[in-house]
Write a new protein. Sequence first.
Length: 157
Amino acid sequence: MAMLTGLAQVLLGWITHPVTWVTAAAWLSADLLKVIILKFRHGVTDWRRFFGTGGMPSSHTAFITGLATCIARSEGMQSPIFGLALGLVILTCVDAAGLRRSAGLQAEVLNQIVKDLYKGRDVKPPHVKETLGHTLPEVLAGAAVGFCVASLLYPGH
């Protein structure tokens, strides 16, 4: 029973910690911006973009950059924990613009091949999701969102 009480206290502490809320705000802000940008660019409101991967700006990058900014403000940029957070920022950005972007481009080619193979048939071909990763501007925009939201909402020490 004491272990469950301790676990509940840890979870409650994590859920109520300001850094949790600030990083969540950065993430949600980037996702909301995806919907708004789509509306202005194409005149379409598509709430699936709020929950989807890819697009402008990168919400994963906003989340991790917001977290790193909070850590920098509370622990200092010379702290080991900030070094870890910065490493996660780099990993997330490289993954978004590199690996996941490449997978999205390959999905586009694969979808075209499958479409060509099914041409003239009454069967609908399977479709692979194409918006997986990000361009460099999308990643940089996500970093800017995360930094700005954390700088505005998290006072640090």
